[in-house]
Structure formats: structure tokens, C-alpha cells
Design a protein around this ligand. Structure first.
Ligand code: PEP
Ligand code: MN
Length: 341
């Protein structure tokens, strides 16, 4: 259910409607728009009596939302969402580049790579301090020490930090240190973790599960928004198919599909999407062409010695190339890149 306020409705009228909704035992989500404010309603078990709300002061109309997801849908919020990530805006006209190693390995390694990430013009440094690994015997991450290293790199290089939370314990720590909390593919349907991340005051990067449909992915994002966190970006990182020439199949056709259905920004991860260093730049170009708001890529200066995902980590020189390429591609799709040539 969605309440659309009249264009001239006052903040007091919006507040009064929200209070009315809360008195009914429901949750009100005011969504300010360019023309008018809308109020999403969640928490209802069945249909709400429309006429109860349609006649209230300042209300233009009350409409039923036809999709199972509500707050993430363009029906509820036609304008695309943009929010701050460090000094950058994610979902605005400017493209955003997040880059860094798969995992935080040592302070030295992070600082060497972060210096190159900053120099290439990326706005955010990625790197896992808590790693969800297929094998319990593989490197699991430096945990809080890793987060301290990332925070030190933020100070040194002015980069926003994007790092993964894998469970409730790590979420508590990640929310303290990070600028953006990554929820990984394997946790896309960990609903209790999503609810907890929805109560954090930090933006969330929600990766698509490796076998998730678009609707399942949006429903997971709905968990985050329904808890009050509206700073959510979706990340396509490849899905499992029969294709055997790459680690995953990067589903770029999902980008315009998401854009049609949802107002949330979309980031593409060509590193996990392909698993191959030599595919990262071509697929980055394609991602920008289909309307992605940004990229997240893995970079390592010694990928042959990386603790994880070395094969898909590009060299710093390739990151420089990617950044220079963004300068050429961005204007072709009506976007900006901070280092536009
Ligand atoms: C990662 O970003 O290193 C990662 C584990 O990603 P995903 O959840 O997409 O596999
Ligand atoms: Mn990785």
C-alpha cells in the first residue's frame, strides 16, 4: 500500500498520516520525491481498507502496490535512489568505482594496493576481513585486525571502505568500521542477517545470490528497507549456469531489468562474475553500457600470491586502464567519471 501526498502537503500533514498509520499497528515509510512525498506502508497481514486513508488531510491518493516487494519498487518511488558513499554519490550521474583485494592479508598489502586504488581515481576500497570460504581450511580473514587496517587505509588515502559481514558478530564490527556493509552472495537470503543490516545506519551492498532470481534478490533488498535502511545498492556478481568457460555467468541483462523495477542503484562485479582477470575490463565496459551505476573489482599487485581470488584480480596497471576507459565510456551513456578525459 502506498499513500501519495498532494504536491503542496506540509511536513505536519505527512507526519500526521505517518502517525495515523502507526496507530493502526503498521509501519510508515515516508519517501520524499521531487514532486511529492509518498508514504509506503508495511506490516499489514492482509489488505488495508483504502478509504480509511484516502480521505485524510493532504492525501492525493491511496494505491495498492501490485508487486510483492514494495519499498524497493519504482511504483512506490519513481525517482532513482542516490546516497553518499564517502565523498562520492552512489546512484547519481557520476559512476562509482570500488576496487581492492579480495581479502585483507597484511597492512602492507592493503596500503600498497590502496595507494594504487586511490591514484587510479576509485572512490572506494574493497577488501574482506571476514571471508566466506568454501573450505573451512582456507584463509578466513583477519577479522577485527583486518577492519583496523581498512580504517587506517581510509585515513591515509581518503577512500570509503566496503567490506563484508558474514554473520551477526561480524556485522556488529563491520558496521563500526565500514562506510558500506557488503552482504555476500552466500548470505543473500540470510533473512535474520538482512534484518540486522537493515537496522544499521550504514549503506549496504547486497550481492545477488548465485542462484537467485531477480524477484528473490529484490525481496532480500526489501528486508533491508523494511527495517528502515534505504541506503541499499544491488550488486550483480554472476550466477551459476552450465557455462564452463568462466567461474560464473555475469548476468548483465539483469541490470536494465532491475532498473525498470527498482529505484535502487546497481553495481556490477565483473571479477566474481567471470573469475578471470582478462575478462574484467571487457565486462566492465559492457556493464557501463547497460546502465550500471558503478563497478566493484578485485585488484592485487601480486595476484599469484593472493590468499584468495588471485586469478580474477587485475593488476594495478589494469585498474589505471579501467579508470581511463571509464573516462571515455561514461559520456557515451550520459554519465560522468571524475577523471573524464
Ligand atoms: C567477495 O566480494 O570477495 C565475495 C566473496 O563475493 P561474493 O559474495 O559475490 O562471492
Ligand atoms: Mn573475492
Amino acid at each position: 500500500m502506498l499513500i501519495v501526498m498532494k504536491a503542496g502537503a506540509s511536513p505536519a500533514q505527512v507526519r500526521a498520516i505517518c502517525e495515523h498509520i502507526e496507530r493502526l499497528g503498521l509501519r510508515a515509510h515516508p519517501i520524499p520525491g521531487a514532486q511529492r512525498t509518498a508514504i509506503g506502508i508495511t506490516g499489514n497481514k492482509g489488505a488495508i481498507e483504502l478509504s480509511d486513508l484516502a480521505g485524510l488531510d493532504g492525501v492525493a491518493e491511496a494505491i495498492r502496490v501490485s508487486k510483492p516487494y514494495k519499498l524497493v519498487s519504482r511504483e512506490v518511488k519513481p525517482e532513482s535512489t542516490a546516497f553518499a558513499l564517502g565523498h562520492a554519490q552512489l546512484g547519481g550521474r557520476e559512476l562509482v568505482l570500488m576496487a581492492g583485494p579480495c581479502a585483507v592479508e597484511t597492512r602492507d598489502q592493503v596500503f600498497r594496493i590502496a595507494e594504487r586504488v586511490a591514484r587510479a581515481g576509485a572512490q572506494a576500497l574493497r577488501g574482506g576481513a571476514f571471508k566466506p570460504r568454501t573450505s573451512p581450511y582456507s584463509f578466513q580473514g583477519l577479522e577485527e585486525r583486518g577492519l583496523e587496517i581498512l580504517a587506517a587505509a581510509r585515513e591515509a588515502f581518503g577512500l570509503a571502505i566496503v567490506t563484508e559481514a558474514i554473520d551477526h558478530e561480524s556485522l556488529r564490527l563491520v558496521a563500526q568500521y565500514a562506510d558500506m556493509i557488503q552482504i555476500g552472495a552466500r548470505n543473500m537470503q540470510n533473512f535474520s542477517l538482512l534484518r540486522a543490516a537493515g537496522r544499521c545506519a550504514k549503506p549496504v551492498l547486497l550481492k545477488r545470490g548465485m542462484a537467485a532470481t531477480l524477484e528473490e534478490w529484490l525481496m532480500s533488498a526489501e528486508y533491508l528497507l523494511s527495517e528502515g535502511n534505504y541506503q541499499v545498492a544491488l550488486c550483480e556478481r554472476g550466477v551459476r549456469t552450465f557455462s564452463d568457460h568462466s567461474r560464473n555467468t555475469l548476468d548483465l541483462s539483469v541490470v536494465p531489468a532491475v532498473k525498470e523495477l527498482s529505484h535502487l542503484p546497481v553495481i556490477v562485479d565483473p571479477s566474481h562474475g567471470t573469475g578471470r582477470r582478462d575478462r574484467v575490463l571487457p565486462l566492465s565496459r559492457a556493464a557501463i553500457a547497460v546502465g550500471a551505476d558503478g563497478l566493484i573489482v578485485e585488484v592485487h599487485d601480486e595476484p599469484e600470491r593472493a590468499f584468495s581470488d588471485g586469478l580474477q584480480s587485475i593488476y594495478p596497471e589494469q585498474l589505471d586502464q579501467l579508470s581511463a576507459d571509464l573516462g571515455k565510456w561514461a559520456p557515451l551513456v550520459g554519465r560522468g567519471w571524475r577523471l573524464t578525459t
